[in-house]
Design a protein around this ligand. Structure first.
Ligand code: TYM
Length: 334
C-alpha cells in the first residue's frame, strides 16, 4: 500500500473564530481527515506576531483546540496540537527565514494590510509567512486546506520548497492549496467588499462560532442587502446577497443553484429568516459539543497525544533538512 497523502493546516488563537474560518477552512479539515493523514494545529507562534495578553492567549489556544474537536475533527484520526509544543516549527521557521527574500516578503498582501498605518511594525509580522512555510514543509504536506486569503502564503511556501530542493537536493514536498469552490472568502455582513474577520471592531459584521442563536438571528436580520429583492447569485451586481447565499449553501449543504431555485419569487425577508435557522442548526450542535469538551478537560490529553504524533514527523524532516544543508549533526550516545 502506498503512503497516505498528508494534510496540514492551522488557525490562529486570536479573538473569536468566525463562520468564515469554519466555512473556509475547518469544515474541510473534517472532510479531509477520512482520506488523508492529517495534522491540524493552533498556531500560537503566529499569534504573537501582534501583541497578545498572556491569559487571553492561553484561554484562546484551549478554546480553539476545543472548537476543532467540536467541529468534528476526530483526534483518533487526525493529530490536533499546539504549534509551540513542537519546537521544530521555530527551528525550521528560522531556516526558511534565511531562505526568504525581503522583496517577496514585502509583496505579501496580508503583511501590507496588517502593517498599514502603524508606526512600529514587529519583525515577526514580516517573517510570518516564512514560519507558515516551515509549518507546512515540516510535515511534507501534500495538501493545505485554507481560505482564499492564504493563497499567496501558499505560493511562497511552494517557492521556498522549490528553492530548498534546487539548492540542497530533493528534500521537501511541494504542497498544493486546497481551497473550497464555494466559501473560500466569506465576506463581512455589513460590507461585502471586506472579508469576514474576527478583528473587525463591529461585532455585527461577523458571526462567531460561539455566538448565541439569538445573536445569530439578530446579526443576519441586520445584514446588509443589495437593491432589488431577488435572490440571485451575482457577486458583481449583488455582492451582499451573494455572500449570504454562499453561507446558506455551505450550512444547508446544497449548491448555489439550489439555493436560488428554492427562493425564486421570494424576498430578502423570508430568505434571511431561513438562513438564520440554517446557521443556528449548523452551530448549535457544535456549541453543545464545545461546552462538553471544555468541561471534561479532555483537550489537554488530546493536545499531548497530537504533539507527540506531530513531533515524530517534524523531527525526521528537520534532521533531513539540516543534513542536506551541511549542519554538523550531534552524534547519538552509544
Ligand atoms: P487565520 O487564523 O487567519 O484563519 C484560519 C483559516 O480560516 C480561513 N479564513 C477564511 N475563509 C473564508 N472566509 C473568511 N472570511 C475567512 N477568514 C479566515 C483562512 O484562510 C485560514 O485558512 N496564516 C494562517 C494560519 C497558519 C496556517 C499555517 C494555515 C499558520 N500556519 C499553515 C495553513 C498552514 C492564518 O492566519 O489563518
Amino acid at each position: 500500500m502506498s503512503k497516505p497523502l498528508r494534510v496540514l493546516s492551522g488557525i490562529q488563537p486570536s479573538g473569536k473564530l468566525t463562520l468564515g474560518n469554519y466555512i473556509g477552512a475547518m469544515k474541510n479539515f473534517v472532510e479531509l481527515q477520512k482520506d488523508y493523514e492529517c495534522f491540524f494545529m493552533i498556531v500560537d507562534l503566529h499569534a504573537i506576531t501582534v501583541p497578545q495578553e498572556p491569559a487571553a492567549l492561553r484561554e484562546q489556544t484551549e478554546s480553539v483546540a476545543a472548537l476543532f474537536i467540536a467541529a468534528g475533527i476526530d483526534p483518533a484520526q487526525a493529530a490536533v496540537f499546539v504549534q509551540s509544543h513542537v519546537p521544530q516549527h521555530a527551528e525550521l521557521g528560522w531556516i526558511m527565514t534565511t531562505l526568504s527574500y525581503m522583496g517577496e516578503l514585502e509583496r505579501m498582501t496580508q503583511f501590507k494590510d496588517k502593517s498599514e498605518g502603524k508606526d512600529a511594525v514587529g519583525a515577526g509580522l514580516f517573517v510570518y509567512p516564512s514560519l507558515m512555510a516551515a509549518d507546512i514543509l515540516l510535515y511534507q504536506a501534500n495538501l493545505v486546506p485554507v481560505g482564499d486569503d492564504q493563497k499567496q502564503h501558499l505560493e511562497l511556501t511552494r517557492d521556498l520548497a522549490g528553492r530548498f530542493n534546487f539548492k540542497f537536493g530533493e528534500t521537501l514536498t511541494v504542497p498544493e492549496p486546497y481551497i473550497p469552490k464555494v466559501g473560500a472568502r466569506i465576506m463581512s455582513l455589513d460590507d461585502a467588499s471586506k472579508k469576514m474577520s474576527k478583528s473587525n471592531p463591529n461585532a455585527g459584521s461577523f458571526i462567531a462560532l460561539l455566538d448565541s442563536p439569538d445573536d445569530i438571528r439578530k446579526k443576519i436580520s441586520r445584514a446588509k442587502t443589495d437593491l432589488g429583492r431577488e435572490i440571485v447569485f451575482d457577486p458583481k451586481e449583488k455582492p451582499e446577497i451573494s455572500n449570504l447565499m454562499t453561507i446558506y449553501s455551505n450550512c444547508a449543504g446544497i449548491s448555489l443553484e439550489e439555493v436560488q431555485a428554492r427562493y425564486e419569487g421570494q424576498g430578502y425577508g423570508a430568505f434571511k429568516k431561513d438562513l438564520a435557522e440554517q446557521v443556528v442548526a449548523t452551530l448549535e450542535p457544535l456549541q453543545q459539543r464545545y461546552r462538553e469538551i471544555r468541561e471534561s478537560g479532555e483537550i489537554h490529553e488530546i493536545l499531548r497525544a497530537g504533539a507527540e504524533k506531530a513531533r515524530a514527523v517534524a523531527e525526521v524532516t528537520t534532521r533531513q533538512v539540516k543534513e542536506a544543508m551541511g549542519f554538523l549533526l550531534p552524534s547519538s550516545k552509544r
